[in-house]
Design a binder for this molecule. Structure first.
Ligand code: GAL
Length: 672
């Protein structure tokens, strides 16, 4: 576990309250009351830390760190690049981003910096190094929090300035060596777009090139590369005087940066989780999405991660912002721990009085101090986390099932002008994962570069792109006894979006050949039978052919494809590969995955058939330590039979045969 106990606390912005010392004193008292043991400091405090260029004012920060230390509250110390002070943008406008349309941003908002800008890099290096020198060895400072949500939460979070264009060209030169290589990889003779000079290469732009899919892919890769370089510079700066570990807070299904490429620079993965609870009465979609994101974060390093932000109550940026209903704060926080988090941190400790986030949920609101529902829920959770710290110490989830989730595949798939323009990789991944979540089977979310060793079951929905070496890895996985499943529109293109010709790269393993893919409207329904039920074929339907020796499990029941395969199975080596030629709904996926998991010898920790809304995860450690989390995302009590006998790790209550969990409940069990 990171630290001595599960971290509990969150973003603390005392720089907004410096002229209210009584508030700051009250904060520490209330933090103790709320069982807060860790805060993140200084995330957006650049203007307070460096009010004028080169003039640092760190005394207030020191007073606060020390005051927190007196009460044994630990500090995650941020570098302030997340928001730029006005003196900086005024003097060095070139440090601000240029949008795809060529317009330079005006000062304001946040996440506005150009990650290539030498001035920005120099200024942030200087303050990071100074912060490191002053605070990097303080006893209660435990971790560097680099910047904030790199990339910001915009549709296009990249900078398109001239410096970035130059750096992009250099990156391309390094990657391709010659323009001939690049032209071939880009299929650029199409529409006469052959490049004859490196300077003709430009980032994708609404008034310029948006149709060269390989260029768009490379631009996205370059943005991750450049942001990583910026981050490495920040790491070097804080390391000048400190050897504390580093993290940066990642985001919820953030498409702008390939976190898979950034993980190696970081010591600890952390992320910010804001599920849309109570959007509907059925909380399962939100729970599944949050669970998937937790799994992505854990799988990046296969280590416990930190939940760096979550709201103790509501957010303030959705169309409507429900507060967490009774029980949900406990459950959603426990969900993070159940999936491998060693912390529950919030945005934010105290609500500011003004500006954009004045109505965002916080532990301490504008009124009533500690006498609020939110404060009490936070306090109660803090107590529970204290109790659980020893129990989960040294444990993490070690699933035997994995979902292939890859940023480059996401980019290529959704940028392709293919059978439909509304293909959503995330929706598809979530539909497939939901079936496993419902079965209580924990999964890793790994990318195509990751090893498949140790898994019994791997599924790869909409695996459009096949990166070099990936097909060989899957082949070996199946050969050695693994169960593999994949879907329509997979194995289509290589890593520069050039379509494979001849065969699917795993044709021998899957035992199929793809012929064409149809995207029919609702007026052309079709169906297939699996087991003893009929299911609707969805809005993407491939026509495939089964090779000799391939078992055709389901066929289309209607239309011109009647009798052609929908679900196929092919034994290969000691394992089996499954192919789904058509999109299908949750009713089918639920049954399909149940069968596949059984085939792979996997069952949930309880050996139980779980009621809808209930799921199970397991954290394991050395010496056979095994902690099982059972979560009920329904606002009503559930009761169901479970194999084996169990003890509630917190209350000592014994369960034999039947488990009962209250509304939005989570119980933590040890096997007897
Ligand atoms: C996060 C951000 C925080 C705060 C929060 C509000 O994305 O990192 O600074 O803005 O959202 O929900």
């Amino acid at each position: 576990m990171f630290g001595e106990h599960i971290l509990h606390g969150g973003d603390y912005n005392p720089d907004q309250w410096l002229d209210h010392p009584e508030v700051l004193e009250e904060d520490v008292r209330l933090m103790k009351e709320a069982n807060v043991n860790c805060v993140s400091l200084g995330i957006f405090a650049w203007a307070a830390l460096e009010p004028e260029e080169g003039k640092y004012d760190f005394d207030w920060m020191e007073r606060i760190i020390d005051r927190l230390g007196e009460d044994e509250i630990q500090v995650v110390l941020a570098t302030p690049s997340g928001a730029m002070p006005h003196w900086l943008t005024q003097k060095y406008p070139e440090a601000m981003q240029v949008q795809a349309d060529g317009k330079r941003n005006l000062p304001g908002k946040r996440h506005n910096f150009c990650y290539t800008s030498p001035v920005m890099r120099k200024k942030i290096h200087a303050i990071d190094s100074a912060l490191s020198e002053r605070f990097g060895r303080k006893k209660n400072v435990i971790l560097w929090h680099l910047s904030n949500e790199l990339g910001g939460n915009f549709a296009d979070s990249s900078c398109h300035c001239e410096l970035c264009q130059e750096a992009f060209r250099d990156w391309l030169k390094e990657k391709y060596g010659t323009l001939d290589n690049l032209n071939r990889a880009y299929w650029s003779s199409f529409w006469s777009h052959t490049y004859s000079d490196w300077s003709q290469l430009h980032s994708p732009a609404p008034h310029g090139e948006t149709t060269m899919t390989a260029l768009t892919l490379d631009w996205k890769r370059f943005v991750t590369h450049q942001m990583s370089e910026f981050t490495r510079e920040e790491i070097a700066a804080v390391r000048e005087h400190s050897d504390l570990p580093v993290t940066t807070n990642f985001m919820y299904f953030f498409k702008g940066l390939d976190y898979g490429k950034m993980r190696d620079d970081l010591d600890i993965i952390s992320w910010d989780n804001y599920p849309f609870w109570h959007k509907t009465k059925d909380e399962v979609p939100a729970a599944v999405k949050a669970a998937a994101n937790h799994n992505i974060m854990r799988s990046l390093k296969k280590q416990p991660f930190l939940l760096m932000e979550s709201t103790p109550s509501s957010v303030s940026w959705r169309e409507f912002n429900p507060v967490k209903r009774p029980g949900m704060h406990m459950l959603s926080s426990m969900q993070a721990v159940a999936h491998g988090s060693d912390s529950v941190q919030y945005f934010q400790w105290r609500k500011g009085r003004g500006a954009f986030e004045q109505f965002h949920g916080a532990v301490v609101g504008h009124k009533n101090g500690s006498n609020t529902r939110t404060f009490r829920q936070v306090t109660e959770l803090g107590e529970r986390l204290n109790r659980l710290s020893g129990l989960i110490d040294g444990t993490v989830n070690r699933p035997k099932a994995a979902v292939i989730f890859d940023w480059e595949n996401w980019w290529a798939l959704e940028d392709a002008s293919g059978p439909r323009q509304d293909i959503s990789y995330i929706d598809c991944i979530l539909e497939h994962y939901q079936a496993m979540w419902e079965a209580g089977i924990d999964t890793d979310f790994i990318n195509m570069d990751d090893s498949l060793e140790g898994y019994s079951f791997v599924t790869a929905p909409l695996n459009y792109m096949y990166k070099p070496g990936y097909a060989e890895k899957v082949r070996k996985f199946v050969e050695d006894g693994g169960i593999f499943a994949t879907t329509y529109f997979s194995g289509i293109a290589d890593d520069t979006d050039l379509c494979f010709t001849g065969h699917h790269p795993l044709a021998d393993v899957l035992g199929i050949e793809q012929e064409e893919i149809d995207a029919p409207s609702e007026e052309f329904p079709n169906s297939f039978c699996y087991g003893d039920k009929t299911y609707a074929a969805g809005n993407l339907r491939e026509l495939i052919h089964a090779a000799e020796g391939t078992e055709v499990v389901s066929v289309y029941e209607e239309d011109y494809v009647k009798g052609e395969p929908v679900v196929t199975a092919h034994s290969f080596g000691k394992g089996k590969a499954w192919y789904l030629a058509a999109a299908a709904g949750e009713d089918f996926l639920r049954v399909f995955y149940k069968d596949r998991l059984r085939e792979a010898g996997l069952e949930n920790a309880l050996g139980a058939e779980l009621p809808y809304g209930v799921t199970v995860t397991e954290r394991v450690g050395d010496g056979g330590k095994e902690i099982v989390f059972v979560m009920n995302f329904r606002d009503e009590t559930v009761k169901f039979p479970a194999a084996g006998s169990w003890t509630d790790a917190e209350s000592g209550q014994k369960y034999g045969g039947t488990l009962e969990i209250g509304p939005f409940g989570c119980i933590v069990l040890k096997r007897d």
